[in-house]
Design a protein around this ligand. Structure first.
Ligand SMILES: NC(=O)c1ccc[n+]([C@@H]2O[C@H](COP(=O)([O-])OP(=O)(O)OC[C@H]3O[C@@H](n4cnc5c(N)ncnc54)[C@H](OP(=O)(O)O)[C@@H]3O)[C@@H](O)[C@H]2O)c1
Length: 332
């Protein structure tokens, strides 16, 4: 059980400054949305986390509701943290979030101060941590005044329960307002976590400009469109893949893997091979080519996918012709 991390772990990873903050994040970070629940294999989860850290992935991203059941990914992480990573706490950036339904009644969802403060206390307990490095509001709440949600984030930092705060899936204008409120409270908004991949490019329509303007970092989630931007679905839906698992809660489903998408994936795959990459690697490189991106937040179901995806770092530049070809394939 004794885990000794790879002594060369900082050799090959690139660390990027998060907006205008003092914090750097690895260009590739690991999320625990899937494959770390109570129903998943603990040793697989442990092997994934060890291999990630061995390769310089210092940032692990969680949320109160990851599982299933909700909360169990934080418990799995807490167990592995206690066994393997406790000694390395100061080498790790651990994040969690609240904003989606978590417990019954009016105080376990959305963006009230009541929910956020209580939820972080629960998350810290499940993970066995004194503090998290980044605490996020997980999604905008149209009913709670933004001032209240941001005051909750500010309070959490002042209490020492999080070092930094961020927001997820906020629109460009909500982001600008949130950043302004937090700045006035004396707690800068560190980072935004948006969905971004070749198949979902909404951040290019204003959000990235706002983040640059506000000095915030950006850590896109689902950069592989949950596995669609790999070669795995080219010949149908393999057993054990996320689309075959039917876990719900926003996980990719078979009906999202359309003929039209697969035709595009096939063409993107050909281009990737010409660049000396596989499609997963090219899809990650394509996001990281933009210097406003701090880190790509990947998910994996097996340790080999960590090693495979990390090879995106070997080729982060694209020619104009390659970029144009990608745009035309996506526009078809
Ligand atoms: N803020 C939010 O609202 C929000 C929402 C969603 C996610 N997130 C965060 O973002 C993280 C990543 O999201 P995601 O898991 O959807 O990301 P993703 O990287 O787009 O998809 C991960 C899936 O892609 C497949 N995959 C990964 N690497 C591969 C490789 N090299 N070759 C072939 N297949 C590969 C695996 O699918 P199989 O399981 O089929 O093998 C894996 O489970 C989450 O864990 C979470 O931390 C945040």
């Amino acid at each position: 059980m004794n885990y000794l991390p790879n002594s060369q772990r900082y050799q090959n990873m690139e660390y990027r400054r998060c907006g205008k903050s003092g914090l750097k994040l690895p260009a590739v970070s690991l999320g625990l949305w899937h494959n770390f629940g109570a129903i998943d294999n603990l040793e697989n989860a442990r092997n994934i986390l060890r291999l990630a850290f061995d390769n310089g992935i210092t940032h692990f991203d969680l949320a109160n509701n990851y599982g299933p059941p909700p909360g169990s990914a934080e418990e799995t992480f807490g167990r592995i943290f206690k066994d393997d990573f406790k000694r390395y706490r100061d080498e790790l950036i651990i994040s969690t979030k609240a904003g989606w339904p978590m417990w019954d009644g009016p105080y376990g969802d959305l963006g009230s101060k009541k929910y956020l403060v209580a939820s972080l206390d629960q998350s810290l307990q499940r993970m066995g941590l004194d503090y998290v490095d980044i605490f996020y509001h997980h999604r905008p709440d149209p009913e709670t005044p933004l001032e209240e949600t941001m005051a909750a984030l500010d309070l959490i930092v002042k209490q020492g329960k999080a070092l930094y705060v961020g927001i997820s899936s906020y629109s460009p204008s909500e982001t600008a307002q949130a950043a302004e409120i937090l700045k006035n409270l004396g707690t800068p908004c560190l980072i935004h976590q948006p969905k971004y991949s070749m198949f979902d490019r909404w951040v290019e329509d204003g959000l990235l400009d706002v983040l640059e303007d506000k000095g915030m970092g950006c850590i896109p989630f689902s950069p592989l469109a949950q596995g669609l931007l790999t070669n795995k679905y080219l010949k149908g839906i393999p057993e054990g893949s996320r689309a075959a698992n039917h876990r719900g809660n926003g996980a990719i489903e078979e009906d999202q893997i359309t003929d039209d998408k697969i035709a595009k994936v096939g063409k993107l795959n050909e281009l990737a091979l010409k660049r000396g990459q596989n499609l997963a690697q090219m899809a990650l490189s394509w996001i990281l080519k933009d210097k406003r991106i701090t880190s790509v937040l990947i998910g994996v179901s097996k340790p080999e996918q960590v090693t495979d995806s990390l090879r995106c770092l070997e080729n982060l530049s694209f020619t104009q012709d390659e970029l144009q070809l990608i745009n035309s394939i996506l526009a078809e």
